[in-house]
Design a protein around this ligand. Structure first.
Ligand code: MGP
Length: 242
């Protein structure tokens, strides 16, 4: 489990302001220095569309993390999806799974795909991506822990109230999530490992839709990577929808 040294700054400040305070070693709660582990180690990838390079060459690993604190530091350090240029992606995948159809853990799989309108870039994109990421990362970690760590942000507070349950056993099927920033409309997808695992896929799709508060009349579809990678037109048929 990842740990870090206790940060002394807060105690030192207290001592400086109140000279009569005892100078014996402060009692420090383990909560203040033990990082909170996630169930999985995750890798964040960035794709920048440089036409002089192949698709694979344009894909870069940004960082890996396995604690809430390291995730949060990374998240606060990078641009929100709505600030990325057209053609760029973020991919958040379990460590060991590359964010591409060809990876052994993806090649029989598919994705729940949410296509956003152009207006939603300003209204919904960053929030949906944040919620997607949180649904993954914190489903096992206990939302109260996350709430304590991130309570400085009212928006995240509200968001984290939605979290706390996992996709249950279906979480095993989740490989990662992708956000594509595109002029024709942005996309957010959850990739799963086997498009024949109907029950797990439906559980993930239904819970995901619920957590993002997507209206029931708005359908989202699941497509196999096989169909997506071999499509000839602009659309791919849905294997499932919720
Ligand atoms: P895209 O980035 O997923 O969607 O795929 P975009 O840009 O909205 O385009 P559209 O076709 O969905 O309208 C764009 C292209 O990137 C694909 O046609 C592939 O050439 C390439 N590509 C995308 N993915 C996810 C992969 C992948 O996993 N492996 C490889 N080899 N190429 C990919």
């Amino acid at each position: 489990m990842a740990t870090s040294e206790p940060r002394g700054t807060e105690n030192e400040e207290v001592r400086a302001e109140s000279p009569t305070a005892p100078v014996t070693s402060p009692v420090t709660s383990p909560e203040q220095y033990i990082k909170h582990p996630l169930q999985n180690r995750w890798a964040l990838w960035y794709f920048k569309n440089d036409k002089s390079k192949s698709w694979t060459e344009n894909l870069r690993l940004i960082s890996k993390f396995d604690t809430v604190e390291d995730f949060w530091a990374l998240y606060n350090h990078i641009q929100q999806p709505s600030k990325l240029g057209f053609g760029c992606d973020y991919c958040l995948f379990k460590d060991g799974i590359k964010p591409m159809w060809e990876d052994d853990r993806n090649k029989l799989g598919g994705r729940w795909l949410m296509t956003l309108s152009k207006q939603q870039r300003h209204n919904d994109l960053d929030r949906y991506w944040m919620e997607t990421v949180c649904v993954f990362l914190f489903s096992f970690c206990g939302w109260l822990t996350v709430l304590c760590i991130t309570s400085y942000c009212a928006y995240v507070l509200q968001l984290l109230c939605l979290i706390g349950e996992s996709f249950d056993e279906a979480s095993e099927d989740v490989c990662g999530a992708v956000v594509n920033v595109r002029p024709k409309g942005d996309k957010i997808a959850i990739w799963t490992g086997n498009c024949q695992n109907r029950d797990a896929i439906m559980t993930i799709g239904q819970q995901y839709k619920e957590r993002l508060s997507i209206p029931s009349k708005t359908l989202i579809g699941y497509q196999s990577h096989d169909d997506t990678s071999s499509k000839s037109g602009s659309t791919t048929k849905n294997m499932y929808s919720v």
